[in-house]
Design a protein around this ligand. Structure first.
Ligand code: NAI
Ligand code: 13P
Length: 334
């Protein structure tokens, strides 16, 4: 199969390395100099240092050639957008000029200004008729690049697209499950990043494993409440893109979002933490949007609110913890 991956960040590069073992893969990045260097040194030093790009993997900064790679054979190709949420709209607009056969995106979050989920951005720009979906689930780029086992969910209402993604990605050490609950899968992927910031902060403050378990569990309740209010299905949040990715991101030190929380606990400034990461932390970008959406829908999301306050309202993580602990007692399942 011919596969183009648009976006040569950590995740796009890791997936390209993996899929190039089985398919004709082209990895596109917008920085021509960096792509030229990656093509020559066979390493993406800016985003995924230490992992060799397979000799068969094509690397390019030529957008037209990258999209042409998959448009020529629509029956045997897949286009994957691996940018951050912030880049999805611009890339969708660029793609509108091409006869795209099918499209998958990997980003997790809400668009900051519009509060839209990735599938809503794609539909707004490219219309409803495109075969499209989100590939999500617990998947640290570095582990996937190493070839370690991983399970993901492809979410789309288009069965043929799900089959195409299974054909392209399932196999070796990667398992792909399908779901038609796009809202549920995308809400799980977006909100877990905010909860990973909270858990990183709690761990950084050395609040203990009990606190960590409580945050993850009550975080799952927040994801589920918001997701159901938006039309997602409760069972989705018990799956890979819900509790699966939540556990990974809250507990794994490879998580950039968790590292934001750890940095806040050291009283570092948010700007400094983000600059040191060198990668996107989507939880920072969408915490305000999720807080506003929850308020609008009257969904109770105290952990999300506390994280947004610590990030943007001048609060400290110590205050965040105090605020959460001072809440009144309540029934667990309401
Ligand atoms: N790194 C990981 O382990 C995983 C990341 N994700 C998600 O995938 C998305 C990308 O993550 P990473 O690759 O890790 O981020 P990264 O920070 O390593 O790279 C971000 C990529 O997005 C590109 N980008 C940003 N704005 C763009 C624009 N306007 N036009 C074109 N490209 C643009 C950057 O050039 C870069 O290639 C995020 O939404 C992240 O939450 C999902 C699963 C795993
Ligand atoms: O989504 C991820 C793993 O599934 C990566 O999480 P971070 O963006 O926090 O590193």
């Amino acid at each position: 199969m011919k596969i183009t991956i648009l976006g040569a960040g950590a995740w796009g590069t890791a997936l390209a390395i993996t899929l190039a073992k089985r398919h004709e893969v082209l990895l596109w990045g917008r920085n021509a100099e960096a792509m030229q260097a990656a093509a020559t040194t066979r390493e993406n030093t800016a985003y995924l240092r230490g992992f060799a790009l397979p000799p068969t993997l094509q690397v390019s900064a030529d957008f037209d050639a990258a999209v042409g790679h998959v448009c020529a054979e629509p029956e045997a190709s897949l286009l994957i957008v691996a940018s951050s949420v912030a880049g999805l709209r611009a890339l969708s607009e660029q793609l509108s000029a091409y006869p795209i056969p099918n499209l998958v995106w990997l980003c997790k979050g809400l668009e900051e200004q519009t509060r839209l989920l990735p599938h809503q951005i794609v539909r707004e720009v490219m219309g409803n008729n495109l075969a499209a979906g989100a590939l999500s689930g617990p998947s640290f780029a570095q582990e996937v690049a190493q070839g370690l086992p991983c399970a993901l969910t492809i979410a789309s209402t288009d069965d043929a697209l799900c089959e195409r993604v299974v054909e392209a990605v399932h196999g070796g050490n990667i398992r792909i499950y399908s779901s038609d609950d796009l809202i549920g899968v995308e809400i799980g992927g977006a909100v877990k990043n905010i909860l990973a910031i909270a858990t990183g902060a709690a761990d950084g403050l050395k609040l203990g494993l009990n606190a960590r378990a409580a945050l993850i569990t009550r975080g799952l309740a927040e994801i589920s409440r918001l997701g159901v209010a938006l039309g997602g299905r409760a069972e989705t949040f018990m799956g890979l893109s819900g509790v699966g990715d939540l556990i990974l991101t809250c507990t794994g030190d490879l998580s950039r979002n968790r590292r934001v929380g750890l940095g806040l606990a050291q009283n570092k400034k948010l700007d400094t933490i983000v600059a040191e990461l060198g990668h996107v932390a989507e939880g920072v970008r969408c915490a305000q949007a999720v807080r506003a959406l929850a308020q609008e829908l009257k969904v109770d999301m105290p952990i999300t609110n506390a994280v947004a306050a610590a990030l943007f309202d001048g609060g400290s993580v110590q205050e965040m913890v105090a605020q959460l602990l001072s809440r009144e007692a309540r029934e667990e399942n309401r």
